[in-house]
Design a protein around this ligand. Sequence first.
Ligand SMILES: [Cu+2]
Length: 268
Amino acid sequence: MMRSTSGRVLAVMAVAAVPLAVPAAGWAAAPGDTEVAWTTYQASLDPVTANHVTGQGKAMVQLSGNTAKITVTASGLVGGKSPHAMHIHVDGGGVCPKPSEAVDHNGHPSINVADAMKDYGMIGTSLTTSGDTTDKSALAVDRFPAGSTVSYHRTVEVSDGVAANLKSGKAVLVVHGIDYNGNGMYDSVLGASELDKSLPAEATDPALCGAFTASQMSSMPSGGADTGDGATQAGRSGTGMVAGGSAAVLVGLGAGGFALRRRGTAGR
Ligand SMILES: [Cu+2]
């Protein structure tokens, strides 16, 4: 710390002392640490209890323009290699489904994605671990985190619509994949998924849900020169949150494993 700071000061002084003879190519870029405005949105992920989910989690999005740094942590989900599709839903009511909205599916009161559409809306961003993040990857089950816990961090470009929904309080994070009958795997106890008949409903039904709200800690200044270490609390906490999600991003799940048939290769 001290070292780099004083080194920087010395460097600046040295340059200041150099006569103007040599055009300092590129030097002007160094202090060009312009501040980028980041707004932070957070969501507490609660279980969709009607679907017999007991897990929980939290999510954070730091947004600047259309760039979104996304962090999702969750626990208590269906384990093993069961993939958990995760999306930012938009253009709905900006809320999560209530237990009273459960309807009969294969003889079991539960809530599928379509049942809750009026609450949280359509898929705006697919929180895949790699590749495409649009709604085209809504059910790219081999590119989502799998297992009982999720520790996800990825920076993606979101659409204008998703950014607008975050700002207007209509963006909702949904983690999918439930184990209604508690047998440790996705099966067809609730029938087939209404989104993809080749998948069991348990694989796509909503498990955790949380509406994003703007957090107080907004703008995160980048590279504030040498004005002491005091910095701003906003900058500190913002950075801290990012570092907190340190665990590695879950990358590509092994193929086999779970008993799901994938939809051909069409969506890829
Ligand atoms: Cu979703």
